[in-house]
Ligand binder design. Structure first.
Ligand SMILES: [Zn+2]
Length: 222
């Protein structure tokens, strides 16, 4: 039976949600309309080539970084579209049936890629946290603040691959007094060149973490 409460029905009538891409009114509190979801939802697990010097044991993404996903992240980053915060988390939770096996590793600890503190303060919210909070709660996945930022970084948007790597190099440190877990799942919003995930994973491997997986809302890979 579909869980659709009277409260939700009234919310839909008086405060409808709109798809960030096609602006269609959508029922419930998901992020995308059905058509946009069908077009963009592309769950994929892959293992980066070891010859590329990757520190990651695998990456899972939910969506293509296009259309409504791109519009929602852009809106959250640059236009304070706070109405997307809870909906983006609900959208990820909605797709939990397709999750990768690494999320069932009982020794795994979930850690967010820390947002640049200045940008987080400007926005008043944290985007990766909003994306994964409902999922972590539903899976009972322990969350730890494992990483901190050692310095400010520029926004990655518009930078070349090499500039991104330089921008993110050595920008993370393991938080004081946190023992290294055997397996860490790193949560972030987007993965394009992997520079951010690799920088964080390199820091964690040096600290003794054995296995590191990336969990991202969207990526530009096919
Ligand atoms: Zn749509």
């Amino acid at each position: 039976m579909m869980k659709y409460s009277l409260q939700q029905l009234l919310l839909d009538i008086f405060f409808p949600s709109y798809c960030p891409h096609c602006q269609k009114a959508i029922p419930g509190r998901l992020l995308l309309c059905e058509a946009c979801d069908r077009e963009l939802y592309a769950p994929r697990f892959w293992k980066p080539d070891e010859e590329s010097g990757s520190h990651l044991d695998g990456i899972f993404r939910f969506y293509h970084y296009e259309g409504g996903i791109k519009a929602a992240l852009h809106g959250l980053k640059y236009s304070k579209r706070e109405e997307y915060l809870s909906r983006i988390g609900e959208e990820v939770l909605f797709h939990r049936k397709d999750l990768p096996a690494f999320l069932q590793d009982s020794s795994a600890v979930f850690a967010l890629i820390p947002t640049d503190p200045t940008r987080r303060a400007e926005r008043g919210y944290d985007i990766p946290e909003a994306i994964f909070e409902p999922l972590c709660r539903a899976l009972d996945l322990p969350k730890k603040s494992l990483l901190t930022r050692t310095r400010a970084t520029r926004p990655q948007y518009g930078l070349s691959r090499q500039e991104r790597q330089e921008n993110m190099a050595e920008c993370f440190a393991v938080a004081d007094g946190v023992p290294a877990p055997a397996t860490v799942i790193l949560g972030d919003d987007i993965c394009t060149t992997r520079s951010t995930l690799e920088s964080a994973a390199g820091t964690l491997k040096k600290a003794g973490v054995k296995r590191i997986y990336g969990l991202v809302l969207a990526s530009g890979h096919d």
